[in-house]
Design a protein around this ligand. Structure first.
Ligand SMILES: NCCOCCOCCNC(=O)c1ccc(S(N)(=O)=O)cc1
Ligand SMILES: [Zn+2]
Length: 263
């Protein structure tokens, strides 16, 4: 099957039971990025994120993570360039994190784990009309991955952290306005790795061009602690389960090339 248990360290208890068979199954995510095996590609262009904060709509807890969702009915918030041939539309961003600062990211770099990882999700609006269509297609999605490290407080993140208690339970949602996800990108977005992979939660479709930033961002210990105050469970459920370790186990590379935009 796609998830081989040898990648699962003893202290990690992934949140969901992996399906036995996955369509295709040889382009699954996340993966370990082995730096010395990545290939510098001089044809990779600079990434061009162009986000309009007015398209920010709501924040909600979907039982896997918390998502900040954007109006993706127009081309107001887009991503192009980098490895992408088409223009993609921003639809949401979310995070994955651990119960401790020792782990939590989905991708790793030479096996190095980070306490959390940001995913900014876009879909190919040149080729498809809806996200739900694009999510089933090989060139349908583009996700920017950014590693988080514990350090100084991230001022831009604080507005998001302050909204989290309102979405503590699964299926809770509140309005959220004028948040520009560009404030969560590292200062250098020209250095990244890119490879073809999948969604890391169901439906796990192999539709994603992954763009993983080399430079991390810093958030404070207290900011990440608020992520861990969220719950996987809805308000009705008797047993409340803390939303932690919402990352998938690493998947086999199956010979896929990992290109780097830097040498
Ligand atoms: N539910 C049946 C089919 O649904 C198709 C749409 O799936 C939407 C739900 N999943 C996602 O949008 C989704 C988006 C990004 C990532 S991730 N962690 O790979 O960035 C994982 C999942
Ligand atoms: Zn994700």
């Amino acid at each position: 099957t796609a998830c081989s248990s040898k990648y699962v360290l003893s202290h990690m208890h992934p949140m969901w039971q992996e399906p036995l068979a996955i369509p295709g199954g040889d382009r699954q995510s996340p993966i370990d990025i082995v730096v010395r095996k990545s290939l510098f590609d001089p044809h990779l262009k600079p990434l061009v994120p162009a986000y309009d904060p007015q398209t920010c709509q709501q924040i909600w807890n979907n039982g896997y993570s918390f998502l900040v969702e954007y109006d993706d009915t127009t081309d107001k918030s887009t991503l192009k360039g980098g490895p992408l041939e088409d223009q993609f539309r921003l639809c949401q961003f979310h995070f994955h994190w651990g119960e401790s600062n020792a782990w939590g990211s989905e991708h790793t770099v030479d096996r190095k784990l980070f306490p959390a990882e940001l995913h900014i999700v876009h879909w190919n609006a040149e080729k498809y009309d809806l996200f739900e269509e694009a999510v089933m297609e090989e060139n349908g999605l583009a996700v920017i991955g950014v590693f988080l490290k514990i350090g100084k407080r991230h001022e831009g993140l604080q507005k998001l952290v302050d909204a989290l208690p309102a979405v503590r339970h699964k299926d809770s949602m509140v309005d959220f306005e004028r948040f520009n996800p560009a404030c969560l990108l590292p200062s250098n977005i020209n250095d990244y790795w890119t490879y073809h992979g999948s969604l890391t939660t169901p439906p796990l479709t192999e539709a994603v061009t992954w763009i993983v930033m080399k430079q991390h961002i810093e958030v404070s210990h207290d900011q990440l602690a608020v992520f861990r105050s969220l719950l996987f469970t809805s308000a009705e459920e008797e047993v409340q389960k803390g939303m932690v370790n919402n990352f998938r186990v690493q998947q086999p590379l199956r010979g896929r090339p990992i290109r780097s935009s830097f040498s």
